[in-house]
Design a protein around this ligand. Structure first.
Ligand code: G4P
Length: 529
């Protein structure tokens, strides 16, 4: 009975994260997706909540001052029988290692590009993490209601900058003021662009003639049909054909065009996405792949402090990987060998929390954390395996840290330890120097402020940070014993991470290339795996 229910629940799950550069339209698209799923009724609710709720909270002065959300959420809704989990990836100033780790818990990614800007810096970083995991990547090219780059140029950019082949599922007709819709290659129809709150989409079914359909020719502005015909011929002859296998392996990205703010193209995208994307699949562990029908198991991918200002608690986010989760379950925490009762699991919609009675593979649940969980922890029913450890990703900002109050040294140490466990910061210890130094690394600059604030607020420790000029970290890999002295240069430093791996911190790409040239037998990896 439960096996059957499990198969049904797994089959309808779609768990994904959205990757984009700030301002490409992630919030807007998320909001429209929630709207189609009936999860919210009013446009503006996602953003409104984000700012409104946190503005009244005292959780972080930083948030209040900047009007941004340091925290991020998980959103769940139903669409046409599918259960969709969107993992929000913090993206503005709150870009951090959490953003990367969220991608480790997702089964696929939706990449949003602003049609005028193409592939931007933050998108490249996030794309690399998705590539590492070979998860399917769906591309939504947004803001077609504005004048942007030529669609063919955007496809070229995907290939040249990101190195991924693309297959347009639909194609825009005009752009900006002349934008009149999309030609849907998948369903052989035209979807007309209309601004406003029209509830229904308007289609023109093309039939056997395809885009040579006479009534289409009559409906487009002068020159638009010819341009569409030319582009589509070129795609048919020179473009990559649709290949689901390649899409699922992350080798080919299906591309959709639209205008999120006008809801245009979003529902069409969603329908195609739920059909093409994969449900949760087996995840690798110390005993090999764990199938989704194994008894309950999951792993912690994010720990977040003080989401609710009324309780100074932490929430650990667990991705369910196998089996049915039920509230009140006694599970094993494999790292410590302890049994834990999960009595108050929570689920999320935008920023609201509800107690969850059950969850299935692909779902994310929030667990109250009195300080017992670590990033990467495996929890499970009668569980004796651990899922693969989560990699650490290269920080971009580094600083030395000094404890300013010697009588609070213990609190300082405890605070640093806890914040490392939560994944707020990474710690590197210098090697080959007279006195070992502690260097902190963060992916997003704001994490330094969060770190200082929390050490003071929660541990009573006062610190001083001295910023260092390094901009990237590379994990050194080799079959041979590593000789750290060979890794020194004027503008880099050799360290070890928490696990004892050698890591070099460099001031620039130029320094890194120099080191790579000097050490051709070593691998300089962007993440710890
Ligand atoms: P983000 O979460 O990726 O950072 O982007 P967000 O959705 O906040 O969108 C960034 C800006 O782009 C917003 O304008 C938003 O209204 C606009 N935008 C999103 N989708 C489209 C689209 O399809 N067409 C056009 N023309 N604009 C779009 P803003 O002025 O910064 O904010 P707001 O005052 O409109 O909220």
């Amino acid at each position: 009975m439960i096996e059957q229910e499990l198969q049904t629940e797994v089959k309808r799950r779609r768990t994904f994260a959205i990757i984009s550069h700030p301002d490409a339209g992630k919030t807007t698209l998320t909001e429209k997706l929630l709207l189609f799923g009936g999860a919210i009724r009013l446009a503006g609710e996602v953003k409104g909540r984000k700012v409104g709720k946190f503005a009244t909270s005292d959780w972080m002065e930083i948030e209040k001052q900047r009007g941004i959300s340091v925290t991020s959420s998980v959103m769940q809704f139903d669409y046409q029988g599918y259960r969709i989990n969107i993992l929000d990836t913090p993206g503005h100033q709150d870009f951090s290692e959490d953003t990367y780790r969220t991608l480790v818990a997702a089964d696929s990614a939706v990449m949003i590009l602003d049609a005028a800007k193409g592939v931007e810096a933050q998108t490249i970083k996030l794309f690399k993490v998705c590539r590492m995991r070979n998860i399917p990547i769906f591309t939504f090219i947004n803001k077609m209601d504005r004048y942007g780059k030529e669609p063919l140029e955007l496809l070229e950019e995907l290939e040249e900058v990101l190195g991924i082949r693309s297959c347009p599922m639909n194609w825009p007709i005009g752009m900006g003021d002349e934008f009149s819709g999309i030609y849907d290659r998948q369903y052989n129809r035209i979807e007309r662009y209309a601004v406003g709150e029209k509830p229904e989409r308007e289609f023109l079914t093309l039939g056997a003639e395809g885009i040579e359909n006479e009534s289409l020719k009559g409906q487009l502005a002068p020159g638009q049909w010819e341009k569409l015909y030319e582009d589509v011929m070129l795609l048919d002859i020179a473009g990559d054909p649709f290949d689901r296998e390649k899409i699922l392996k992350g080798e080919l990205t299906p591309v959709y065009f639209g205008s999120a703010i006008n809801k245009f193209g979003v529902q069409t995208f969603l329908e195609s996405f739920v059909e093409l994307a994969l449900p949760p699949s087996p995840r690798h562990s110390t005993v090999g792949d764990v199938p989704v029908d194994h008894p309950f198991s999951g792993f912690i991918f994010k720990i977040q402090a003080n989401m609710n200002p009324a309780h100074r608690d932490r929430i650990a986010f667990l991705r369910v990987c196998s089996g049915k989760f039920e509230r009140g379950m006694n599970v094993d925490q494999v790292r410590t060998g302890k049994k834990l009762r999960l009595s108050q699991p929570q689920q999320f919609l935008a920023q609201d929390r509800n107690i969850v009675e059950e969850a299935w593979p692909g779902d994310i649940i929030g667990l109250h954390d009195p300080g017992v969980f670590q990033i990467g922890d495996t929890l499970g029913l009668n569980c004796d395996f651990q899922f693969d450890r989560l990699p650490q990703f290269s920080p971009e900002h580094f600083a030395r840290v000094f404890n300013m109050n010697t009588s609070k040294y213990k609190q300082f140490q405890k605070g640093v330890e806890q914040l490392v466990e939560e994944g707020t910061i990474q710690v590197f210890k210098t090697v080959g120097r007279a006195a070992e130094e502690m260097i902190l690394g963060v992916v997003g600059e704001l994490q330094f402020e969060v770190f200082s604030f929390r050490l003071q607020a929660e541990y009573g420790a006062q610190i001083r940070l001295e910023r260092l000029p390094y901009q990237l970290a590379r994990w050194i890999k080799s079959d041979q014993p590593i000789q750290p002295e060979k890794l020194s240069s004027l503008s880099s430093i050799t360290t070890r991470d928490q696990q004892g791996n050698y890591v070099v911190l460099c001031e620039s790409d130029y320094d890194l290339h120099w080191l790579e040239e000097q050490n051709p037998d070593l691998i300089f990896a962007e993440s710890s795996f």
